[in-house]
Design a protein around this ligand. Structure first.
Ligand code: ADP
Ligand code: MG
Length: 230
């Protein structure tokens, strides 16, 4: 059997005397879709950065696709990240003046592939997110919702098994937010494991599993109701 996509055991993160994440245990299985929800400052982005191997925790173990992150060199970690994880952020992270097709084709993932192949894949992926007619549009010519769809296309180019989205609808009006959320559901239905960070309880309630964070602690996980409370 294939290992969970992500497994956190006793993971803590402190910044000076701030405990951003305290003793977190979380298993994300292949094909799941879940929300990590909590108020501002509850540790959501910290958890996402650790799951995404962008940050190493102060203590505890992190397994990504069965690999113990703390046993990998930075180079091995980058390689694991590149083939396993796509990232989406609230603020899109699209460079000004770069057409959608280039933004997607030149994303980190599969950077080693020939340019022609990347552009072919990028075109296909932009069609998949409903932007086949916007290939040459630059960020300033796109709505917020469209920018986020470009960012999602970039994140899923080459089909990484895990998509991590940090407040993907946080900068969007409710209608574009709903479109982006529906796209994430579609990717999930097509087999991608999707983790959505949000402070919005309506968003989290619409996902199959909710993990509630408060003050750096998991206070509720709908997939493990018997573990609620402490
Ligand atoms: P959320 O995403 O839920 O708003 P964060 O994970 O960003 O929460 O932050 C959790 C706590 O950790 C907050 O108190 C925040 O101020 C602190 N924190 C996060 N990143 C850093 C950092 N790089 N340096 C110092 N403190 C940080
Ligand atoms: Mg955050």
């Amino acid at each position: 059997m294939r290992p969970p996509v992500v497994e956190l055991s006793g993971v803590s993160m402190t910044y000076g005397d701030v405990t951003a994440l305290a003793d977190a245990d979380l298993v994300v299985r292949r094909g799941e879709m879940l929300a990590i929800v909590g108020p501002s400052g509850s540790g959501k982005s910290t958890m996402l950065n650790i799951m995404g191997t962008l940050a190493r925790p102060t203590s505890g173990t992190v397994l990504v696709d069965g690999h113990a992150v703390d046993e990998l060199s930075d180079r091995e970690l980058s390689a694991l990240r590149a083939r396993t994880i796509g990232f989406v952020f609230q603020s899109f992270h699209l460079a000004a003046g770069v057409p959608a097709l280039d933004a997607v084709a030149d994303g980190m993932l599969y950077g080693g592939r020939p340019r022609r192949e990347r552009r072919r894949l990028a075109r296909q992926t932009l069609r998949r997110v409903g932007l086949g007619h916007r290939l040459s549009s630059e960020p300033h010519q796109l709505s917020g919702g469209e920018k986020q769809r470009v960012a999602i296309a970039r994140a899923v180019l080459g089909d990484p098994p895990l998509l991590l989205a940090d407040e993907p609808t946080g900068a969007l009006d409710s209608r574009s937010g709903a479109v982006v959320l529906e796209l994430l559901h579609e990717l999930h239905r097509a087999g991608t494991t999707v983790v959505v960070i949000t402070h919005d309880r309506d968003v989290s309630a619409s996902l199959p599993r909710e993990v509630h964070l408060r003050d750096g602690r998991i206070e509720h996980d709908s997939a493990a109701p018997e573990q609620v409370g402490a």
